[in-house]
Design a protein around this ligand. Structure first.
Ligand code: MLT
Length: 397
């Protein structure tokens, strides 16, 4: 063949972080078939779906098998019943989001990766360390990225004041809070600084709130729209994956308020056009399941599961406190981000834990250079496995 390929792909890592980890674990398993590996790497849920959610999905599947209630293509931006339910969820959080500003999708990752389609080559600001999808999708599009470092000193919550010199006008800024991978959370004051910066520089914030349901403390915003000015500068991307255990079901949403405009261009209109061309919507049973997750009973069941994971996180952070190891996360997040032992790099620490105690975590370096001395452990495992992992870690930390 003699076609041009997208050479920007030469500038991203050869393999996606979690594929690389899975490959290393498979290789270890092949050599040690009897090893009891405890997986605390990818942030994948382990508790089954709440009964209310399953019942709604089953009922919707049955409707699909009856002539009178069968449905074909779903609306490309989501069924009205789910957009309404998400709008009510925002009202419960104290903010007003119209249903037609909500775009249902098959998950936050897809939207975060696809949003680059509707923008030109703007300067991009991305914290480091961070969820790799923001960096990879912008690199694939040839965008220039300015990194802003999360460090021990700033609690992995970089602020606009730490940006390198420059006017940063018209930037696209990615923020994630509760953060993946560090579990750190922006409070209202810190998030206000970002919103003010975006408004004053004519920039856009893409706010990833996929872990919002884990927030436990007061004064931590659950949505960026709690911050004055956000309706003029922010898109929010959220997910049912971590809130309702939908990693294997696939459903999320993106909020683009009508007030988001760049010159004459409506950002929502561009996204509608993009989705109508490239996306055919989320299946009816999945949207009914998502609607059920947002019912009163659904929310109670989801919160119960979230609390279970948070108790796992506490077992992990109790151990780190006992050992005097620096970490962030764990209290408003399913992730615990810990400092590797002195002189040990994050992939080295990954290998050590896999080889010596058969625990799989995520090396911080996979989330950017700023993670090279850190390691992420998830609390999404079973209680039994988390307790066992804590005992194994106690012996080697
Ligand atoms: C993670 O482990 O960082 C997440 O599970 C990845 C994702 O949500 O796509």
């Amino acid at each position: 063949m003699n076609i041009n390929t997208n050479t920007n792909f030469n500038n991203i890592k050869q393999t996606y972080l979690f594929s690389e980890i899975a490959a290393r674990v498979r290789a270890y398993e092949a050599e040690h078939p009897d090893a009891k590996i405890i997986r605390m790497g990818i942030g994948d849920v382990t508790l089954p779906l709440p009964e209310e959610v399953v019942n709604a999905m089953v009922k919707a599947c049955q409707e699909m098998g009856v002539k009178e209630t069968f449905r074909g293509y779903p609306p490309e931006y989501g069924y009205g019943f789910l957009r309404d339910a998400i709008s009510i969820h925002y009202a419960d959080l104290g903010v007003s989001i119209a249903p037609d500003s909500i775009f249902v999708s098959d998950g936050a990752k897809s939207d975060l990766g696809n949003l680059v389609d509707i923008f030109g080559n703007n300067p991009v600001i991305i914290p480091d360390p961070v969820y790799p999808v923001y960096v990879d999708s912008n690199t694939m599009s040839g965008n220039k990225i300015t990194y802003i470092n999360g460090t021990k000193e700033n609690g992995f919550l970089p602020s606009p004041a730490e940006l390198p010199e420059g006017d940063h006008k018209g930037s696209v800024i990615y923020l994630c809070s509760p953060n993946n991978p560090t579990g750190a959370v922006y409070d209202k004051k810190a998030l206000t600084a970002w919103v003010d910066f975006a408004v004053s520089t004519g920039s856009l914030i893409i706010y990833d709130s996929a872990y919002e349901a884990f927030i436990a403390e007061d004064d931590i915003p659950h949505t960026i729209y709690e911050i004055p000015g956000a309706y003029e500068c922010a898109i929010e991307v959220c997910s049912f994956s971590k809130f309702a255990g939908f990693t294997g079901v696939r459903c999320g949403w993106t909020v683009i308020p009508d007030s988001l405009k760049s010159g004459e261009a409506s950002i929502a209109a561009l996204w509608k056009r993009r989705q109508a061309t490239k996306f055919n919507g989320v299946s009816y049973p999945v949207q009914r399941a998502a609607e059920a997750a947002l019912s009163d009973e659904g929310i109670s069941a989801c919160v119960k599961n979230i609390n279970y994971y948070k108790e796992n996180a506490k077992l992990i952070t109790d151990l780190l406190n006992e050992k005097g190891i620096f970490y962030t996360g764990g209290s408003n997040s399913p992730y615990v981000w810990l400092e590797c032992p002195e002189g040990v790099g994050s992939w080295e620490f990954f290998d050590k834990l896999l080889n010596e105690v058969q625990i799989v975590g995520t090396p911080g370096e996979g989330f950017g250079k700023g993670g090279d001395r850190y390691f992420r452990i998830t609390a999404f495992g079973s209680r039994e496995n988390t307790m066992e992992a804590v005992e194994r870690l106690r012996n080697i930390l």
